[in-house]
Design a protein around this ligand. Structure first.
Ligand SMILES: Cc1ncc(COP(=O)(O)O)c(C=O)c1O
Length: 401
């Protein structure tokens, strides 16, 4: 037998930067040391030790999702897999789905619903605006919809659906199961799953939770569960079948080999959130994001989204005419070792305020790097004025998080 020659490759040391970049983009975000350590462990995916970990992950997730539902589960996969799990379990072929679309990720939910055979109606929200309950109700009234999909924060263009509560309550009034993408918002701002009548809430690990990408969380409401167990149509997705996932998450038995390291990482991320408490965490995010926004405006740059529809967890910046967003990002990462995000085809920049990103030391480093790199790319900015504006907010009310 003649075996092929093994490929010649370099070690990771030669690929990764010598000094890690500070990740201040739209996710993944920096992870705390305890999360990184937990992620380096492998344990048996079944048995007493894992069962204890799983029980705690569910208990802490219920706190973070603000639900009493017993149907909280982890998903081995990106947040998109959790989105797909919500859709394929709650949307049967022929079901009528109202998808509220503000941008890329909310449109992804609509596309997933279409692919499983849902009859999808899209409510296109005008650019830079929050979805209006009146517009949602106008469609719900005549549509006999079974499922409503909506995003709390549209990371792609930094729009916040601030009337989510009202929209979900309307969805419920008109007989819908509500699916909410809280991928970039969970644990950065209020999201009360039970109170707000949400039937499936989705989040990824790599954003507000400050865990790793690729292991996600989903919570189904008690009310949605009979729809899942009693569905008539066969389920095309074996891995994402919530009834099978329930075997692992609630019955201590095998579905597939769970991503144990990622679940341990999630455990630690959730534990840190519980230690901090939700109100303190929401306050930290609100203040840090306000400080960043104020600093950006203070140096003479414009924010992309008007205040009433602006997302806190990811801040969009309009890049001045004649300045290249790519050039700014390049200088930021090469010179200042700070990484921020561009956007899907738009000449804008996005800075994340999720989890560990919302720390004062990270803010100062990022704002300085942004101002300095804007200058290098040809923009006129008043960097000291921006830093002063930011400091003003961070030092008010004794906050220095
Ligand atoms: C709001 C929102 N939904 C869904 C996703 C998809 O997450 P993932 O890339 O982990 O599949 C993202 C990722 O940026 C997001 O921001």
């Amino acid at each position: 037998m003649k075996y092929p020659q093994p490929p010649v490759v370099v070690s990771l040391d030669e690929i990764l930067p010598e000094e890690p970049l500070l990740m201040m983009g739209a996710g993944p975000v920096p992870i705390p040391h305890k999360v990184a350590t937990a992620n380096s462990l492998v344990i048996n995916h079944l048995g007493d030790t894992m069962n204890r970990v799983v029980e705690q992950v569910k208990t802490m997730s219920r706190y973070v999702f603000q639900t009493r539902s017993s149907h909280v589960m982890g998903v081995a996969g990106p947040a998109s897999a959790a989105m797909e799990m919500a859709i394929c379990n709650l949307v049967e072929p022929g079901a009528r789905v109202l998808s509220i679309c503000n941008g890329l990720f909310s449109r992804r939910l609509a596309e997933m619903a279409r692919r499983v055979g849902g009859e999808v109606t899209i409510l296109e929200v005008p650019e830079k605006q929050t979805a209006k309950p009146e517009a949602v109700e106008a469609l719900l009234k005549n549509g006999r919809f079974n499922v409503l999909t909506v995003v709390q924060g549209e990371t792609s263009n930094t729009v916040w659906n601030r009337d989510l509560v009202e929209i979900c309550r309307l969805g419920k009034t008109y007989g819908c199961l509500n699916i909410v993408d809280a991928v970039c918002t969970l644990s950065t701002m209020d999201m009360e799953m039970d109170e707000w009548c949400v039937d499936a809430t989705i989040t990824g690990g790599q954003k507000g939770l400050s865990s790793i990408p690729g292991v996600s969380l989903i919570a189904f409401s008690e009310e949605s569960w009979p729809h899942i167990t009693g569905r008539n149509a066969p389920m095309a997705h074996w891995c994402l079948d919530a009834r099978l996932a329930d075997q692992f998450w609630n019955k201590k038995s095998y579905h597939y080999t769970a991503p144990v390291s990622g679940i341990l990482a999630l455990h630690e991320a959730l534990r840190l959130i519980c230690d901090e408490t939700l109100p303190a965490r929401f306050r930290r995010h609100a203040i840090c994001s306000a400080a960043l926004q104020s600093g950006i405006e203070g140096m003479g740059l414009d924010l992309l989204i008007p205040a009433e529809a602006r997302l806190n967890s990811v801040v969009g910046i309009t890049v001045p005419d004649g300045v290249s967003a790519d050039r700014v990002r390049h200088v930021m990462s090469e010179v200042h070792k700070v990484e921020i995000s561009g956007a899907f085809g738009l000449n804008i920049l996005r800075i994340g305020q999720m989890g560990e990103q919302s720390r004062t030391h990270n803010l100062f480093r990022t704002l300085h790097a942004l101002g300095s790199s804007m200058r290098a790319a040809g923009a006129k900015v008043d960097l000291p004025a921006g830093m002063a504006e930011m400091e003003k907010i961070l030092t008010a009310d004794g906050f220095w998080g």
